[in-house]
Design a protein. Structure first.
Length: 177
């Protein structure tokens, strides 16, 4: 176990906790909902930051592992799934936007598996990283519920970027080597 893998495990553990805080308000009735939002938002921010650092640490200190190559994208997908699904269930995120974003995430994950089986690598693009930034910004704004219009704008920007970067992944996969 190295630090990058531990950070990925931390995101995996944080995802269901974030989901729980967003959708289980009736079980936590004595705590004001805004505090639950702030805690979920803080936990999401912390988890999103670890995503940046685990990759940076793995590359800088030559700690990339096969386990890490599986854990990192799994942790990212679970974190995205937890936040967006929780936001959709609570009515703070448009269900169609969430469906498009999550559908794209699972499709591209499947495409990467197929590509790997064929000996191809479908690397993350710059647009994919910007898409992730828009998703993170949308989740934070919608979770803490301070700027619902800004969160909605980031959400739809993430939808557009998800579709566009998904197209780029498919195009890159289908292009001859």
């Amino acid at each position: 176990m190295n630090l990058p893998n531990a950070l990925a495990w931390g995101r995996i553990v944080a995802a269901p906790l974030i989901f729980f805080l967003l959708v289980s308000r009736d079980l936590l009735g004595s705590i004001h909902p805004s505090w639950l939002d702030y805690f979920a938002g803080l936990l999401f921010v912390f988890a999103a930051i670890t995503d940046f650092f685990d990759g940076m640490i793995a590359r800088a200190f030559d700690q990339a592992t096969k386990l890490g190559s599986i854990l990192d994208p799994l942790a990212d997908k679970l974190l995205t799934l937890a936040a967006f699904l929780g936001l959709a269930i609570t009515g703070r995120a448009n269900a169609w936007a969430v469906f498009i974003i999550l559908g794209r995430e699972f499709f591209i994950t499947g495409l990467r598996v197929v590509a790997a089986a064929e000996g191809k690598t479908v690397a993350a693009s710059a647009l994919g990283k910007w898409k992730t930034g828009a998703q993170i910004a949308a989740c934070i704004a919608l979770i803490v519920d301070w700027f619902p219009y800004l969160g909605g704008a980031f959400l739809w920007l993430a939808v557009v970027m998800s579709i566009w970067s998904g197209y780029e992944y498919v195009r890159d996969y289908m292009s001859p080597d």
